[in-house]
Design a protein around this ligand. Structure first.
Ligand code: ATP
Ligand code: MG
Length: 499
């Protein structure tokens, strides 16, 4: 087995013979994980039992334990009503919070442990409303039957640790299948977000939704439109940050969900060129995403998922459909698809309610993804290198990743040549940075020095002079104060002569 804490997708939980997951392995994996979280589950279980209530570890943590993965937050379900849960968690935790009383969920933290306890429910959605209407239920099985997939509809009783699996989740987990406890149409009609969760689990766990689930996703895709942008966004982020986003994205595109939540992606597919005058932009995009994932170790220690970098890879060519032109000589161009792509990306990210910070980062990467190619074969001026660094700002490392990933040619020599040229650029940036502290490029004189040199007070001219010196600084590198003053005086003479 591979490292059990690894996030690697394991359709059959990583058994070496590929013959599915063996019961003894599952039992051992679950026992190990339950031992690890024993300090929480044992004590909470006792406290709920003492109050006369049932408590079950449920959903994600049970599923992950079986897959030999560590659970993050611990989700529980209970027969206790929220008031009772609140009283117990208050006494147990360092902090507690109401996740929305209407949902019947109370959260709490003790040390590094985070728990969420939800009252048994039998909820149903009003198809026209964005909010679930919750009705509390009285039975564990009723609660589990309302969950999204059978692999998420298993529970472990605490205390006692008996597994409850009324819908055959263990079997589905062993075969890597996503199945709804009831009819998928009913389930998705209760909460259309579950269709996106199917794609997310395909990407995260490497599971395959059963054909009935795919069929329901396809026929009900438009129902996703009643779901709030925030919920859709959160699932999309989890999907994209999963080990195998391609599987999830392809599922979104195949079922028509992508057309509703990220139409720019299927639009790339429509651009397939029958005459093969250019490569398939959709396939190219998914490959760039995968290649950028392979380069993530450059971005952070350990190389964990980096949403900004991944989403920029996914969106980098979305300007192509709008900018494609076929020329008479049989060639094709996509002029300004970088700028157009950045605009479309911003619009999409606004609609999905991404923060300004994340949106700005992704859009500047999309806008800059071609810049490197304008630099030709490595004969760039220092000035061009400085501008590259300045324009990338704090996205420079990600721009390196995106630009390198954006090479999907099958021609090995061409790929190697591009990679070497980029190595060269990075080496030059490093040398220049060392010599000039590129990250904080400022003109050689500040505002006060400019006013002093020109003998003028604050005003429009100071700003103009500042920008002129900044341009000089970018073109020629640093100057000493004397040379800067001379250059400033020359500019000033010319300017006043022209007036
Ligand atoms: P993660 O915590 O990694 O997002 P998870 O499976 O734990 O994955 P949560 O959103 O934490 O997902 O939800 C906890 C459990 O609640 C799930 O395992 C599932 O049983 C149930 N659940 C969550 N969202 C839904 C939903 N939209 N419809 C039905 N059941 C859901
Ligand atoms: Mg969870």
């Amino acid at each position: 087995m591979t490292d059990p804490t690894d996030d690697a997708p394991t359709g059959t939980a990583g058994t070496p013979d590929g013959g599915g997951l063996r019961l003894v392995d599952v039992q051992a994996a679950v026992a190990a994980e339950l031992d690890r979280i024993a300090p929480v589950i044992d004590e909470l279980g006792e406290r709920f039992a003492a109050a006369g209530h049932e408590l079950h570890l449920v959903g994600g943590p049970v599923r992950d334990a079986m897959l030999g993965r560590r659970a993050g937050d611990l989700d529980f379900t209970t027969s206790a009503r929220p008031e009772v849960t609140e009283r117990i968690l208050r006494a147990w935790g360092d902090a507690w919070w109401d996740m929305g009383r209407d949902f019947g969920t109370i959260g709490a933290r003790r040390g590094d442990w985070m728990v969420e306890v939800t009252t048994y429910r039998s909820e149903s959605y009003d198809p026209d409303s964005r909010k679930p209407e919750v009705e509390y239920g009285d039975s564990l099985v009723g609660d589990l039957g309302r969950r999204d997939f059978t692999v998420n509809a298993m529970a472990v009783k605490v205390p006692g640790r008996e597994l409850e699996d009324p819908f055959g989740g263990v079997v589905d987990l062993a075969t890597g299948v996503l199945r709804t406890p009831g009819r998928p149409e009913d389930s998705f009609s209760d909460d259309p977000l579950r269709m996106m969760r199917a794609a997310r689990f395909a990407a995260q766990l490497g599971f395959t939704p059963e054909p009935e689930v795919v069929a329901a996703m396809t026929s009900m895709a438009d129902r996703i439109e009643i779901i709030s942008a925030e919920r859709v966004r959160d699932e999309l982020v989890k999907l994209i940050c999963a080990p195998q986003p391609r599987r999830g994205l392809e599922l979104l595109v195949e079922t028509g969900l992508a057309m509703r939540v990220l139409p720019e992606l299927p639009a790339l597919k429509l651009e397939r060129d029958e005459h093969h005058r250019h490569k398939d932009v959709y396939e190219h995009t998914l490959t760039v995403l995968e290649q950028s994932i392979d380069l993530e170790s450059r971005l952070s220690e350990g190389g964990g998922p980096d949403f900004v970098s991944r989403f920029a890879a996914l969106m980098h060519d979305v300007g192509k459909p709008k900018t494609r032109r076929f020329l008479d000589d049989g060639t094709v161009t996509f002029h300004h698809h970088d700028v157009v792509g950045a605009k479309l990306t911003r619009k999409r990210m606004r609609a999905l309610r991404f923060s300004n910070e994340v949106t700005d980062a992704v859009c500047s990467l999309v806008e800059l993804h071609l810049r490197f190619h304008g630099y030709g074969t490595g004969e760039w001026t220092d000035s061009a290198v400085r501008r590259y660094v300045r324009d990338a700002g704090d996205q420079l490392d990600r721009l390196h990743v995106l630009t390198r990933a954006d090479c999907t040619t099958r021609n090995k020599r061409k790929a190697q040549r591009l990679a070497r040229t980029y190595d060269d650029l990075e080496a030059r940036i490093e040398r220049l940075t060392e010599a000039e502290e590129l990250a904080s490029i400022r003109p050689d004189l500040d505002g006060n020095q400019i006013m002093e040199t020109l003998g003028i007070g604050p005003g429009r001219e100071v700003g103009e002079a500042y920008r002129h010196l900044l341009e000089l600084r970018l073109d020629h590198g640093p100057m000493d104060a004397e040379a800067a003053r001379a250059a400033l005086m020359e500019w000033w003479r010319e300017r006043t002569a022209n007036d």
